[in-house]
Design a protein. Sequence first.
Length: 379
Amino acid sequence: MRWMAAALMALAAAVAAMAMALSDGPPERADALPSSAGPLAVRRVAGPFEHPWGLAFLPDGAMLVTERQGRLWRVGADGAKTEVAGLPPVEEDGQGGLLDVLAARDFAATREIFLTYAAPDPAGSRTTLAAARLAAAGDRLEDLRVLFEQTPPVRSGRHFGSRVVEGSDGTLFVTVGDRGDPPNAQDPARSIGKVLRVARDGSVPADNPFAGTPGTRPEIWSLGHRNPQGMALDAEGRLWTVEHGARGGDEINRPEAGRNYGWPRISYGTHYSGAAFPGSAAPGLEQPVYYWDPSIAPSGMVVYSGRLWPEWAGDIFVGALKFRLLARLDREGDRITGEERLFKELFGRIRDVREGPDGALWFLTDEDDGGLYRVTPAR
């Protein structure tokens, strides 16, 4: 009778999902949402947050959450929130504001964190990377210093990127979108529409692919990116990104040193005007590993370890803003072989997704009353 129990569970999950969709807001918890790995439990751990953007885990079980408006919160394991002071000036403009946050791997010794944000400038704004120390009390940043500023500044509230990941060698990868002006992504003299790589002190690593190349920004790792809002490492230390297309053509890429990923010369989408791109492939331009058409408006991403769900080891999870879902991509090496869509329309616009220290999945919803949610196997 195992099939009957499974059918009843699926029916119960469908009824619960319908009830949630008809309610006034997202549920605080859901205990049996269906998935290919069995039923999932989802619990809202903290909130409300006003348009949260980035999430980082600290060794003591606490977390850091950014709000785009320019606030940083320390969230205890019990969900209690403490606002962190000492942030830099932030330009909240359109998609810009306080964006990603990352705790250094050696945080336990250094208490160092990294922030990306839109910094105000007389000529517009700049996607910026800064480092700081979180005070022992967890309520203030100290010794804040800018490591990188996008060049040049731009008057636009669009396409800031902006994720930061610590590479396996301790260098920092940062994404910067094209700032709403597509030709930026192909201009080697501009650090816009690129994946960048800098050392933890802000210097340029000597083995960057364009270090010492005249007329090219030395921090560029790869170019031809539209608006990468998700970035993660796999178990082998390789870099993955997800970025917004135009109308269609959202892409999963695996950026490698010196490679060109094509925007705006090629795309699987179309211009917002309806005009077609010259094509979807061209010599010297890399193809995406995977793409969506129609767009799902992807945001944060994580390559999952398999700790709680061994069958999902190595798979990629991507948050989606447009359809308010979490996409799981079956990955075999450098290929995506299938997609599963979880939680569609249940919780809100999923802005970031991370794996917690115990293997649970966590996500943030980008709403006026956004929440921090934890996903585990249903018991």
